[in-house]
Design a protein around this ligand. Structure first.
Ligand code: SF4
Ligand code: SF4
Ligand code: SF4
Length: 167
């Protein structure tokens, strides 16, 4: 990622971190087809939830199953897709979520001059890059939105959002 892009990504995180969203974004499972929700509603096995090795699949009420990144992330192993008997997933392998992960730099320990690298340490994609000691930024080109950095952040300041244009 260029320095210029990192700079603007930081500004965007700052602006969006300060913005209150009305309801939390619940990321769907990788490859889940939103229009398949009716078939999903009929499912009585919750096979996607049962089989997930990371135990991050939540299925409750009539909402489509979604991912809980509070402790673990998604490895994109595809097991939920294979286990589903209701054709709720695309056939092709999926290696990233259609979502954007952001660091809220107002609360980030490092951005506030306390040494912390917890997020970068768990990121297998090396998508969190520090400028010096204090300025972690997410390289949006490398980030898969796997969510592993979210649960390890001691400041609870990494969040996942739908991808949207910022005006
Ligand atoms: S791809 Fe694997 S880790 Fe991710 S939600 Fe599905 S079963 Fe869990
Ligand atoms: S920065 Fe992106 S790729 Fe790295 S751990 Fe966080 S969500 Fe996953
Ligand atoms: S883990 Fe959280 S507090 Fe620590 S550097 Fe990353 S975003 Fe900042």
């Amino acid at each position: 990622m260029s320095d210029r892009r990192g700079f603007f990504a930081s500004l965007k995180s700052l602006a969006l971190g300060a913005e209150k969203e009305e309801s939390p974004f619940l990321p769907l499972l990788p490859g889940f087809i939103p229009n398949s929700a009716n078939g999903c509603n009929e499912c009585t096995t919750s096979a996607c939830k049962t089989i997930c090795p990371e135990a991050i699949v939540i299925r409750e009420g009539v909402h489509a199953p979604y991912l809980d990144f509070s402790r673990r992330g998604c490895t994109f192993c595809g097991e939920c897709s294979v286990a589903c008997e209701s054709d709720c997933f695309v056939a092709e392998p999926v290696n990233a979520l259609n979502a954007e992960v952001r660091i809220g730099i107002l609360s980030c320990l490092a951005w506030n001059k306390t040494i912390c690298r917890s997020c970068a340490d768990v990121c297998n994609d090396k998508a969190i890059q520090f400028t010096g000691l204090w300025n972690p930024e997410i390289n949006l080109d490398a980030c898969t939105a796997c969510g592993f950095c979210i649960g390890v952040c001691p400041a609870y300041t990494i969040t996942v959002h739908p991808i949207k244009e910022v005006k």
